[in-house]
Design a protein around this ligand. Structure first.
Ligand code: NAP
Ligand code: MG
Length: 498
Protein backbone atom coordinates (compact mmCIF):
# COMPACT_ATOMS: atom_id res chain seq x y z
CA UNK A 1 0.00 0.00 0.00
CA UNK A 2 2.72 2.49 0.96
CA UNK A 3 4.29 2.29 -2.49
CA UNK A 4 1.05 3.38 -4.13
CA UNK A 5 0.32 6.27 -1.75
CA UNK A 6 1.03 9.82 -2.81
CA UNK A 7 2.81 10.88 0.38
CA UNK A 8 3.37 14.42 -0.91
CA UNK A 9 -0.37 15.04 -0.99
CA UNK A 10 -0.92 13.68 2.51
CA UNK A 11 1.98 15.68 3.92
CA UNK A 12 0.81 18.82 2.16
CA UNK A 13 -2.66 18.36 3.63
CA UNK A 14 -1.26 17.88 7.13
CA UNK A 15 0.20 21.38 7.12
CA UNK A 16 -2.49 23.24 5.17
CA UNK A 17 -5.83 22.24 6.65
CA UNK A 18 -8.21 23.64 9.28
CA UNK A 19 -7.74 27.29 8.32
CA UNK A 20 -10.60 29.74 8.14
CA UNK A 21 -11.31 31.55 4.86
CA UNK A 22 -13.21 34.75 4.25
CA UNK A 23 -15.20 35.96 1.29
CA UNK A 24 -13.16 37.85 -1.30
CA UNK A 25 -14.92 41.17 -1.81
CA UNK A 26 -13.43 44.27 -3.43
CA UNK A 27 -9.94 42.78 -3.19
CA UNK A 28 -10.15 41.97 0.51
CA UNK A 29 -10.76 38.81 2.50
CA UNK A 30 -13.74 39.53 4.73
CA UNK A 31 -15.82 37.70 7.28
CA UNK A 32 -19.55 37.49 6.74
CA UNK A 33 -22.03 39.74 8.51
CA UNK A 34 -23.69 36.62 9.93
CA UNK A 35 -20.48 35.81 11.85
CA UNK A 36 -21.03 32.15 11.08
CA UNK A 37 -18.87 29.63 9.21
CA UNK A 38 -19.28 26.05 8.04
CA UNK A 39 -16.68 23.27 8.03
CA UNK A 40 -15.58 21.46 4.88
CA UNK A 41 -14.53 17.81 5.19
CA UNK A 42 -12.23 15.67 3.05
CA UNK A 43 -14.43 13.66 0.66
CA UNK A 44 -12.35 10.55 1.40
CA UNK A 45 -11.81 11.20 5.10
CA UNK A 46 -14.92 12.41 6.86
CA UNK A 47 -12.93 13.08 10.06
CA UNK A 48 -10.59 15.57 8.44
CA UNK A 49 -11.70 19.22 8.37
CA UNK A 50 -10.11 20.92 5.37
CA UNK A 51 -11.17 24.43 6.26
CA UNK A 52 -13.92 26.74 7.49
CA UNK A 53 -15.91 28.92 5.10
CA UNK A 54 -18.28 31.85 5.46
CA UNK A 55 -22.01 31.27 5.80
CA UNK A 56 -22.77 34.42 3.87
CA UNK A 57 -26.00 36.40 3.79
CA UNK A 58 -27.81 38.83 1.57
CA UNK A 59 -25.76 41.67 3.07
CA UNK A 60 -22.53 40.08 1.82
CA UNK A 61 -24.09 39.50 -1.59
CA UNK A 62 -25.03 43.15 -1.76
CA UNK A 63 -21.47 44.27 -0.90
CA UNK A 64 -19.98 41.93 -3.49
CA UNK A 65 -22.36 43.04 -6.24
CA UNK A 66 -21.77 46.72 -5.39
CA UNK A 67 -18.01 46.14 -5.58
CA UNK A 68 -18.35 44.41 -8.95
CA UNK A 69 -20.65 47.15 -10.22
CA UNK A 70 -18.18 49.84 -9.20
CA UNK A 71 -15.19 47.95 -10.70
CA UNK A 72 -17.06 47.49 -13.99
CA UNK A 73 -16.73 51.17 -14.79
CA UNK A 74 -12.96 50.98 -15.13
CA UNK A 75 -12.48 47.29 -16.04
CA UNK A 76 -14.75 47.56 -19.06
CA UNK A 77 -12.54 50.39 -20.37
CA UNK A 78 -9.26 48.47 -20.07
CA UNK A 79 -8.23 47.59 -23.66
CA UNK A 80 -9.05 43.98 -24.55
CA UNK A 81 -5.43 42.97 -25.22
CA UNK A 82 -4.45 44.25 -21.76
CA UNK A 83 -7.22 42.23 -20.15
CA UNK A 84 -6.00 39.29 -22.21
CA UNK A 85 -2.46 39.71 -20.88
CA UNK A 86 -3.79 39.37 -17.32
CA UNK A 87 -5.68 36.20 -18.25
CA UNK A 88 -2.55 34.75 -19.91
CA UNK A 89 -0.70 35.32 -16.62
CA UNK A 90 -3.56 33.62 -14.75
CA UNK A 91 -3.28 30.58 -17.07
CA UNK A 92 0.46 30.38 -16.37
CA UNK A 93 -0.19 30.57 -12.64
CA UNK A 94 -2.74 27.77 -12.84
CA UNK A 95 -0.07 25.56 -14.40
CA UNK A 96 2.59 26.63 -11.92
CA UNK A 97 0.25 25.80 -9.05
CA UNK A 98 -1.19 22.64 -10.57
CA UNK A 99 0.22 20.35 -7.89
CA UNK A 100 -1.21 22.26 -4.92
CA UNK A 101 -4.53 22.90 -6.66
CA UNK A 102 -4.84 19.18 -7.44
CA UNK A 103 -4.26 18.26 -3.81
CA UNK A 104 -6.99 20.66 -2.72
CA UNK A 105 -9.33 19.56 -5.50
CA UNK A 106 -8.92 15.86 -4.78
CA UNK A 107 -9.31 16.45 -1.06
CA UNK A 108 -12.55 18.40 -1.31
CA UNK A 109 -14.11 16.63 -4.30
CA UNK A 110 -12.70 13.11 -3.98
CA UNK A 111 -11.57 12.46 -7.56
CA UNK A 112 -8.30 10.66 -8.31
CA UNK A 113 -5.25 12.90 -8.19
CA UNK A 114 -4.45 12.36 -11.88
CA UNK A 115 -7.98 13.54 -12.78
CA UNK A 116 -7.56 16.64 -10.63
CA UNK A 117 -4.27 17.47 -12.31
CA UNK A 118 -5.97 17.03 -15.69
CA UNK A 119 -8.77 19.38 -14.60
CA UNK A 120 -6.34 22.13 -13.54
CA UNK A 121 -4.38 21.89 -16.81
CA UNK A 122 -7.63 21.95 -18.76
CA UNK A 123 -8.67 25.10 -16.87
CA UNK A 124 -5.38 26.72 -17.93
CA UNK A 125 -6.06 25.82 -21.57
CA UNK A 126 -9.56 27.29 -21.46
CA UNK A 127 -8.27 30.44 -19.78
CA UNK A 128 -5.66 30.83 -22.54
CA UNK A 129 -8.32 30.58 -25.23
CA UNK A 130 -10.29 33.34 -23.46
CA UNK A 131 -7.16 35.47 -23.13
CA UNK A 132 -6.87 35.42 -26.92
CA UNK A 133 -10.56 36.18 -27.34
CA UNK A 134 -10.03 39.46 -25.48
CA UNK A 135 -8.27 40.69 -28.66
CA UNK A 136 -11.04 39.43 -30.95
CA UNK A 137 -14.17 41.21 -29.79
CA UNK A 138 -15.32 41.79 -33.31
CA UNK A 139 -18.09 43.83 -34.84
CA UNK A 140 -19.20 44.20 -38.44
CA UNK A 141 -18.92 47.11 -40.82
CA UNK A 142 -21.75 47.38 -43.34
CA UNK A 143 -22.34 49.78 -46.20
CA UNK A 144 -24.40 52.81 -45.25
CA UNK A 145 -27.77 53.45 -46.86
CA UNK A 146 -26.57 56.93 -47.74
CA UNK A 147 -23.13 58.02 -48.99
CA UNK A 148 -22.30 60.03 -45.86
CA UNK A 149 -23.40 57.43 -43.31
CA UNK A 150 -21.35 54.46 -42.06
CA UNK A 151 -23.11 51.54 -40.40
CA UNK A 152 -21.39 49.15 -38.02
CA UNK A 153 -21.98 46.90 -35.05
CA UNK A 154 -19.96 46.60 -31.89
CA UNK A 155 -19.98 44.41 -28.78
CA UNK A 156 -19.99 45.77 -25.25
CA UNK A 157 -19.71 43.89 -21.95
CA UNK A 158 -23.04 43.37 -20.17
CA UNK A 159 -21.84 44.34 -16.68
CA UNK A 160 -21.86 42.33 -13.46
CA UNK A 161 -22.20 38.59 -14.02
CA UNK A 162 -23.30 36.14 -11.32
CA UNK A 163 -21.36 32.87 -11.66
CA UNK A 164 -22.76 29.84 -9.83
CA UNK A 165 -20.97 26.48 -9.97
CA UNK A 166 -21.66 22.87 -8.93
CA UNK A 167 -19.32 20.55 -7.02
CA UNK A 168 -18.15 18.12 -9.67
CA UNK A 169 -15.50 20.31 -11.37
CA UNK A 170 -14.60 22.95 -8.76
CA UNK A 171 -11.63 24.33 -10.70
CA UNK A 172 -12.58 24.21 -14.35
CA UNK A 173 -16.20 25.36 -13.92
CA UNK A 174 -15.45 28.71 -12.23
CA UNK A 175 -12.55 29.32 -14.63
CA UNK A 176 -14.93 28.58 -17.53
CA UNK A 177 -17.12 31.45 -16.31
CA UNK A 178 -14.59 33.92 -14.88
CA UNK A 179 -12.02 33.86 -17.72
CA UNK A 180 -14.49 34.77 -20.50
CA UNK A 181 -16.15 37.37 -18.24
CA UNK A 182 -12.76 39.04 -17.78
CA UNK A 183 -11.92 38.75 -21.47
CA UNK A 184 -15.09 40.52 -22.60
CA UNK A 185 -14.86 43.20 -19.91
CA UNK A 186 -17.47 42.00 -17.40
CA UNK A 187 -17.02 41.79 -13.64
CA UNK A 188 -18.02 38.80 -11.53
CA UNK A 189 -19.61 37.70 -8.28
CA UNK A 190 -18.91 34.01 -7.96
CA UNK A 191 -20.55 31.47 -5.64
CA UNK A 192 -19.03 27.97 -5.46
CA UNK A 193 -20.98 24.87 -4.47
CA UNK A 194 -21.03 24.49 -0.70
CA UNK A 195 -19.42 21.05 -1.09
CA UNK A 196 -16.33 22.45 -2.85
CA UNK A 197 -15.34 26.01 -1.89
CA UNK A 198 -11.66 25.33 -1.07
CA UNK A 199 -9.98 25.44 -4.48
CA UNK A 200 -11.92 28.64 -5.20
CA UNK A 201 -9.93 30.41 -2.50
CA UNK A 202 -6.74 29.51 -4.34
CA UNK A 203 -8.27 30.65 -7.64
CA UNK A 204 -9.00 34.07 -6.13
CA UNK A 205 -5.41 34.33 -4.88
CA UNK A 206 -4.08 33.47 -8.35
CA UNK A 207 -6.42 35.94 -10.06
CA UNK A 208 -5.20 38.68 -7.73
CA UNK A 209 -1.58 37.72 -8.39
CA UNK A 210 -2.25 37.85 -12.15
CA UNK A 211 -3.14 41.52 -11.82
CA UNK A 212 -6.95 41.42 -11.79
CA UNK A 213 -7.91 44.75 -10.15
CA UNK A 214 -9.88 44.80 -6.93
CA UNK A 215 -13.61 44.31 -7.20
CA UNK A 216 -13.42 42.75 -10.66
CA UNK A 217 -13.83 39.19 -9.35
CA UNK A 218 -15.56 38.62 -6.01
CA UNK A 219 -16.14 35.33 -4.22
CA UNK A 220 -18.80 34.54 -1.64
CA UNK A 221 -19.40 31.16 -0.06
CA UNK A 222 -22.64 29.99 1.51
CA UNK A 223 -25.82 28.11 0.83
CA UNK A 224 -27.72 28.23 -2.42
CA UNK A 225 -30.84 29.68 -0.83
CA UNK A 226 -29.11 32.34 1.33
CA UNK A 227 -26.51 33.45 -1.23
CA UNK A 228 -27.67 32.15 -4.59
CA UNK A 229 -31.19 33.56 -4.44
CA UNK A 230 -30.30 37.18 -3.56
CA UNK A 231 -27.45 37.02 -6.06
CA UNK A 232 -29.62 36.05 -9.02
CA UNK A 233 -32.31 38.55 -8.00
CA UNK A 234 -29.94 41.48 -7.49
CA UNK A 235 -30.91 44.41 -9.74
CA UNK A 236 -27.26 45.21 -10.57
CA UNK A 237 -26.59 41.65 -11.83
CA UNK A 238 -26.94 41.72 -15.62
CA UNK A 239 -26.27 38.09 -16.48
CA UNK A 240 -26.32 34.71 -14.73
CA UNK A 241 -23.97 31.92 -15.74
CA UNK A 242 -25.19 28.83 -13.90
CA UNK A 243 -24.00 25.23 -14.03
CA UNK A 244 -26.01 22.72 -12.06
CA UNK A 245 -29.22 20.73 -12.00
CA UNK A 246 -32.02 21.25 -14.52
CA UNK A 247 -34.72 22.00 -11.91
CA UNK A 248 -32.69 24.81 -10.43
CA UNK A 249 -31.71 26.07 -13.88
CA UNK A 250 -35.38 26.43 -14.79
CA UNK A 251 -36.13 28.32 -11.55
CA UNK A 252 -33.20 30.66 -12.20
CA UNK A 253 -34.34 31.23 -15.75
CA UNK A 254 -37.85 32.15 -14.58
CA UNK A 255 -36.47 34.72 -12.16
CA UNK A 256 -34.06 36.12 -14.75
CA UNK A 257 -36.87 36.39 -17.29
CA UNK A 258 -38.81 38.65 -14.94
CA UNK A 259 -35.93 41.10 -14.98
CA UNK A 260 -35.05 40.47 -18.64
CA UNK A 261 -31.45 39.53 -17.79
CA UNK A 262 -29.47 36.99 -19.75
CA UNK A 263 -28.74 33.45 -18.64
CA UNK A 264 -26.18 30.86 -19.66
CA UNK A 265 -27.34 27.54 -18.25
CA UNK A 266 -25.32 24.31 -18.32
CA UNK A 267 -27.58 21.62 -16.91
CA UNK A 268 -27.96 17.87 -16.58
CA UNK A 269 -27.51 15.07 -19.10
CA UNK A 270 -28.46 11.48 -19.89
CA UNK A 271 -25.85 10.87 -22.50
CA UNK A 272 -26.04 7.86 -24.84
CA UNK A 273 -23.32 5.84 -26.56
CA UNK A 274 -25.02 4.35 -29.61
CA UNK A 275 -23.13 1.30 -30.86
CA UNK A 276 -24.07 0.14 -34.36
CA UNK A 277 -21.13 -1.95 -35.54
CA UNK A 278 -17.51 -2.69 -34.69
CA UNK A 279 -14.63 -5.01 -35.48
CA UNK A 280 -13.22 -5.06 -31.99
CA UNK A 281 -15.56 -4.73 -29.00
CA UNK A 282 -12.66 -4.06 -26.64
CA UNK A 283 -11.73 -0.87 -28.48
CA UNK A 284 -15.27 0.43 -28.03
CA UNK A 285 -15.38 -0.57 -24.35
CA UNK A 286 -12.10 1.30 -23.78
CA UNK A 287 -13.78 4.48 -25.06
CA UNK A 288 -17.08 4.03 -23.25
CA UNK A 289 -15.93 2.98 -19.77
CA UNK A 290 -13.72 6.00 -18.97
CA UNK A 291 -16.39 8.34 -20.37
CA UNK A 292 -18.93 6.71 -18.06
CA UNK A 293 -16.92 6.41 -14.84
CA UNK A 294 -14.46 9.33 -14.74
CA UNK A 295 -15.21 11.52 -11.71
CA UNK A 296 -17.22 8.53 -10.39
CA UNK A 297 -19.82 9.20 -13.10
CA UNK A 298 -20.50 12.66 -11.62
CA UNK A 299 -19.97 14.51 -14.91
CA UNK A 300 -22.73 16.22 -16.84
CA UNK A 301 -21.28 14.61 -19.99
CA UNK A 302 -20.86 11.11 -18.48
CA UNK A 303 -22.05 8.35 -20.76
CA UNK A 304 -24.90 6.70 -18.88
CA UNK A 305 -26.70 4.68 -21.57
CA UNK A 306 -25.14 2.22 -24.00
CA UNK A 307 -27.65 1.63 -26.78
CA UNK A 308 -26.44 -1.30 -28.86
CA UNK A 309 -28.01 -3.13 -31.81
CA UNK A 310 -29.08 -6.60 -30.79
CA UNK A 311 -26.69 -8.73 -32.83
CA UNK A 312 -23.73 -6.88 -31.28
CA UNK A 313 -25.03 -6.72 -27.74
CA UNK A 314 -23.56 -9.80 -26.16
CA UNK A 315 -20.06 -9.21 -27.47
CA UNK A 316 -20.09 -5.56 -26.39
CA UNK A 317 -21.54 -6.32 -22.96
CA UNK A 318 -18.77 -8.85 -22.29
CA UNK A 319 -16.14 -6.30 -23.30
CA UNK A 320 -17.72 -3.63 -21.06
CA UNK A 321 -17.77 -6.07 -18.18
CA UNK A 322 -14.10 -6.89 -18.66
CA UNK A 323 -13.12 -3.23 -18.87
CA UNK A 324 -15.19 -2.32 -15.82
CA UNK A 325 -13.37 -4.88 -13.71
CA UNK A 326 -10.16 -2.86 -14.17
CA UNK A 327 -11.61 0.08 -12.24
CA UNK A 328 -10.01 0.31 -8.84
CA UNK A 329 -11.90 2.25 -6.19
CA UNK A 330 -10.14 4.11 -3.38
CA UNK A 331 -9.13 7.46 -1.88
CA UNK A 332 -7.71 10.09 -4.24
CA UNK A 333 -4.22 10.01 -2.78
CA UNK A 334 -3.69 6.34 -3.65
CA UNK A 335 -1.85 6.48 -6.99
CA UNK A 336 -3.24 3.25 -8.47
CA UNK A 337 -6.95 4.07 -8.08
CA UNK A 338 -9.14 5.06 -10.98
CA UNK A 339 -12.31 5.99 -9.09
CA UNK A 340 -12.70 7.94 -5.86
CA UNK A 341 -15.71 8.21 -3.54
CA UNK A 342 -18.94 10.01 -4.44
CA UNK A 343 -19.24 13.59 -3.20
CA UNK A 344 -21.11 12.64 -0.01
CA UNK A 345 -23.30 10.08 1.74
CA UNK A 346 -26.57 11.69 0.69
CA UNK A 347 -25.59 11.53 -2.97
CA UNK A 348 -24.47 7.90 -2.58
CA UNK A 349 -27.93 7.08 -1.21
CA UNK A 350 -29.57 8.74 -4.18
CA UNK A 351 -27.44 6.71 -6.62
CA UNK A 352 -28.22 3.52 -4.66
CA UNK A 353 -31.93 4.31 -4.85
CA UNK A 354 -31.69 4.52 -8.63
CA UNK A 355 -29.91 1.16 -8.75
CA UNK A 356 -32.65 -0.45 -6.63
CA UNK A 357 -35.38 1.14 -8.75
CA UNK A 358 -33.72 -0.22 -11.89
CA UNK A 359 -33.58 -3.73 -10.47
CA UNK A 360 -37.19 -3.51 -9.21
CA UNK A 361 -38.31 -2.45 -12.68
CA UNK A 362 -36.59 -5.46 -14.28
CA UNK A 363 -33.01 -4.44 -15.07
CA UNK A 364 -30.27 -7.00 -14.39
CA UNK A 365 -27.26 -6.03 -12.33
CA UNK A 366 -24.33 -7.54 -14.23
CA UNK A 367 -21.55 -6.08 -12.15
CA UNK A 368 -20.78 -4.00 -9.06
CA UNK A 369 -23.10 -1.51 -7.42
CA UNK A 370 -22.37 -2.52 -3.85
CA UNK A 371 -21.66 0.11 -1.22
CA UNK A 372 -18.12 -0.17 0.16
CA UNK A 373 -17.97 0.76 3.84
CA UNK A 374 -15.32 -1.24 5.63
CA UNK A 375 -11.70 -0.31 6.38
CA UNK A 376 -10.62 2.88 4.63
CA UNK A 377 -13.91 2.86 2.68
CA UNK A 378 -15.75 3.70 5.92
CA UNK A 379 -14.36 7.25 5.70
CA UNK A 380 -16.02 8.20 2.40
CA UNK A 381 -19.11 7.54 0.26
CA UNK A 382 -17.81 4.65 -1.84
CA UNK A 383 -19.48 2.19 -4.17
CA UNK A 384 -18.34 -0.21 -6.86
CA UNK A 385 -19.05 0.93 -10.41
CA UNK A 386 -22.22 -0.74 -11.68
CA UNK A 387 -23.31 -2.22 -15.01
CA UNK A 388 -27.07 -2.65 -15.48
CA UNK A 389 -28.32 -4.79 -18.35
CA UNK A 390 -31.77 -5.23 -19.94
CA UNK A 391 -32.67 -1.60 -19.32
CA UNK A 392 -35.73 -0.44 -21.27
CA UNK A 393 -36.70 3.15 -22.16
CA UNK A 394 -39.60 3.44 -19.69
CA UNK A 395 -37.45 2.63 -16.64
CA UNK A 396 -36.40 5.52 -14.37
CA UNK A 397 -32.71 4.61 -14.80
CA UNK A 398 -33.12 5.05 -18.56
CA UNK A 399 -34.54 8.57 -18.43
CA UNK A 400 -33.35 10.33 -15.27
CA UNK A 401 -29.88 11.64 -14.54
CA UNK A 402 -28.25 9.36 -11.94
CA UNK A 403 -25.01 11.38 -11.77
CA UNK A 404 -23.05 8.41 -10.43
CA UNK A 405 -21.08 5.33 -11.50
CA UNK A 406 -23.93 3.41 -13.13
CA UNK A 407 -23.93 2.43 -16.81
CA UNK A 408 -27.14 1.11 -18.40
CA UNK A 409 -27.10 -1.27 -21.37
CA UNK A 410 -30.12 -1.07 -23.69
CA UNK A 411 -30.87 -3.17 -26.75
CA UNK A 412 -32.02 -1.66 -30.07
CA UNK A 413 -33.57 -3.47 -33.03
CA UNK A 414 -31.62 -1.50 -35.59
CA UNK A 415 -30.09 1.90 -36.36
CA UNK A 416 -33.45 3.72 -36.47
CA UNK A 417 -34.56 2.22 -33.18
CA UNK A 418 -31.22 3.13 -31.57
CA UNK A 419 -31.63 6.75 -32.66
CA UNK A 420 -35.20 6.85 -31.33
CA UNK A 421 -34.12 5.50 -27.95
CA UNK A 422 -31.19 7.95 -27.82
CA UNK A 423 -33.58 10.87 -28.46
CA UNK A 424 -36.36 9.61 -26.17
CA UNK A 425 -35.14 11.42 -23.02
CA UNK A 426 -35.76 14.99 -21.87
CA UNK A 427 -32.03 15.79 -21.86
CA UNK A 428 -29.87 16.63 -24.87
CA UNK A 429 -26.30 17.32 -23.77
CA UNK A 430 -23.77 14.96 -25.43
CA UNK A 431 -23.90 11.72 -27.42
CA UNK A 432 -21.47 9.27 -28.96
CA UNK A 433 -22.02 6.98 -31.92
CA UNK A 434 -19.76 4.06 -32.78
CA UNK A 435 -19.83 2.81 -36.36
CA UNK A 436 -17.55 2.42 -39.37
CA UNK A 437 -20.42 3.23 -41.76
CA UNK A 438 -20.16 6.83 -42.93
CA UNK A 439 -23.86 7.15 -43.73
CA UNK A 440 -24.92 5.84 -40.32
CA UNK A 441 -22.53 8.23 -38.56
CA UNK A 442 -23.76 11.13 -40.67
CA UNK A 443 -27.41 10.31 -39.97
CA UNK A 444 -26.71 10.20 -36.23
CA UNK A 445 -24.86 13.51 -36.31
CA UNK A 446 -27.80 15.06 -38.18
CA UNK A 447 -30.63 13.61 -36.15
CA UNK A 448 -29.41 13.26 -32.57
CA UNK A 449 -31.03 15.88 -30.34
CA UNK A 450 -27.93 17.00 -28.46
CA UNK A 451 -25.61 19.96 -28.22
CA UNK A 452 -22.42 17.91 -28.68
CA UNK A 453 -21.96 14.78 -30.76
CA UNK A 454 -18.95 12.48 -30.95
CA UNK A 455 -18.30 9.93 -33.69
CA UNK A 456 -16.19 6.94 -32.62
CA UNK A 457 -15.14 9.01 -29.61
CA UNK A 458 -16.14 9.20 -25.94
CA UNK A 459 -17.85 12.36 -24.68
CA UNK A 460 -14.65 14.34 -23.96
CA UNK A 461 -14.84 17.99 -25.04
CA UNK A 462 -12.07 20.31 -26.24
CA UNK A 463 -10.89 23.55 -24.61
CA UNK A 464 -11.77 25.77 -27.60
CA UNK A 465 -15.05 24.20 -28.80
CA UNK A 466 -18.49 25.53 -27.86
CA UNK A 467 -19.95 23.49 -24.98
CA UNK A 468 -23.65 23.24 -24.22
CA UNK A 469 -26.86 21.31 -24.46
CA UNK A 470 -30.29 21.15 -26.09
CA UNK A 471 -33.66 20.39 -24.50
CA UNK A 472 -33.39 20.22 -20.69
CA UNK A 473 -29.59 20.23 -20.80
CA UNK A 474 -28.96 23.88 -21.36
CA UNK A 475 -30.08 27.34 -22.37
CA UNK A 476 -28.40 30.44 -23.69
CA UNK A 477 -25.02 30.82 -25.35
CA UNK A 478 -22.69 27.82 -25.17
CA UNK A 479 -19.77 28.19 -22.80
CA UNK A 480 -16.16 27.57 -23.90
CA UNK A 481 -15.12 28.73 -27.33
CA UNK A 482 -16.22 31.83 -29.22
CA UNK A 483 -19.94 31.34 -28.51
CA UNK A 484 -19.36 32.99 -25.11
CA UNK A 485 -19.40 36.41 -26.77
CA UNK A 486 -23.18 36.11 -27.14
CA UNK A 487 -23.66 35.85 -23.39
CA UNK A 488 -21.01 38.21 -22.05
CA UNK A 489 -21.63 41.07 -24.47
CA UNK A 490 -24.54 43.08 -25.81
CA UNK A 491 -24.73 44.14 -29.42
CA UNK A 492 -24.88 47.80 -30.40
CA UNK A 493 -25.68 49.08 -33.89
CA UNK A 494 -23.81 52.30 -34.69
CA UNK A 495 -24.49 54.92 -37.39
CA UNK A 496 -22.12 57.80 -38.15
CA UNK A 497 -23.08 60.65 -40.36
CA UNK A 498 -20.20 62.78 -41.58
P1 NAP B 1 -27.25 22.08 -7.95
O1 NAP B 1 -27.80 21.46 -6.75
O2 NAP B 1 -28.15 22.54 -9.02
O3 NAP B 1 -26.34 23.31 -7.43
C1 NAP B 1 -25.56 24.08 -8.30
C2 NAP B 1 -25.20 25.39 -7.64
O4 NAP B 1 -26.38 26.16 -7.42
C3 NAP B 1 -24.53 25.26 -6.27
O5 NAP B 1 -23.55 26.25 -6.13
C4 NAP B 1 -25.70 25.50 -5.33
O6 NAP B 1 -25.31 25.95 -4.05
C5 NAP B 1 -26.41 26.61 -6.06
N1 NAP B 1 -27.79 26.84 -5.62
C6 NAP B 1 -28.59 26.04 -4.87
N2 NAP B 1 -29.80 26.61 -4.67
C7 NAP B 1 -29.77 27.81 -5.31
C8 NAP B 1 -30.71 28.87 -5.48
N3 NAP B 1 -31.93 28.81 -4.96
N4 NAP B 1 -30.35 29.94 -6.20
C9 NAP B 1 -29.12 30.01 -6.77
N5 NAP B 1 -28.19 29.03 -6.63
C10 NAP B 1 -28.50 27.96 -5.92
O7 NAP B 1 -26.21 21.12 -8.67
P2 NAP B 1 -25.11 20.20 -8.00
O8 NAP B 1 -25.82 19.17 -7.20
O9 NAP B 1 -24.10 21.04 -7.32
O10 NAP B 1 -24.42 19.57 -9.31
C11 NAP B 1 -24.92 18.51 -10.03
C12 NAP B 1 -25.73 18.94 -11.24
O11 NAP B 1 -25.00 19.84 -12.06
C13 NAP B 1 -26.09 17.79 -12.16
O12 NAP B 1 -27.43 17.88 -12.56
C14 NAP B 1 -25.17 17.98 -13.35
O13 NAP B 1 -25.60 17.41 -14.53
C15 NAP B 1 -25.09 19.44 -13.43
N6 NAP B 1 -23.89 19.83 -14.18
C16 NAP B 1 -24.01 20.29 -15.47
C17 NAP B 1 -22.89 20.63 -16.20
C18 NAP B 1 -22.98 21.15 -17.61
O14 NAP B 1 -22.04 21.80 -18.06
N7 NAP B 1 -24.04 20.91 -18.33
C19 NAP B 1 -21.63 20.51 -15.63
C20 NAP B 1 -21.53 20.03 -14.33
C21 NAP B 1 -22.68 19.69 -13.62
P3 NAP B 1 -25.14 24.91 -2.82
O15 NAP B 1 -24.01 24.02 -3.19
O16 NAP B 1 -24.84 25.81 -1.69
O17 NAP B 1 -26.44 24.17 -2.71
MG1 MG C 1 -27.29 19.83 -5.18
Amino acid sequence: MISTTNKDMLEWLDTHIEKSYGNFIDGEWKETFSGSTFPLYNAANKHQVLGYFQNSTEVDVDQAVEAAHHAFKSWSKVPGPERGAIIFRFADLLEQNAEELSYMLSAEQGKALAESKGEVLRAAKEARFCAGEASRIEGDTLPGERANVTSSTMRQPIGVVAAIAPWNFPVVTPVRKIAPALAYGCTVVYKPASATPWTSVKLMQLLEKSGVPKGVVNFISGSGSKVGTPLINHPLVKGISFTGSTDLGIQINERAARRLVKTQLELGGKNPAVVLDFDNAEDIAKQIVPAAFACSGQRCTSLSRVIVVKDKKQELTEALLKELQNIKVGPSWQSDISMGPLINQQHLESVQEYLSAGIREGAKLLYGGEVLNTGQFADGAYMQPALLDSVTPQMRVAGEEIFGPVLCVMEAEDQEDALDIANSVSYGLAASVFTSQFSAAHQFVQESEVGMVHVNHGTASAAHMPFGGWKHSGFGAYSIGKSNIDFFTDLKAVYYQY
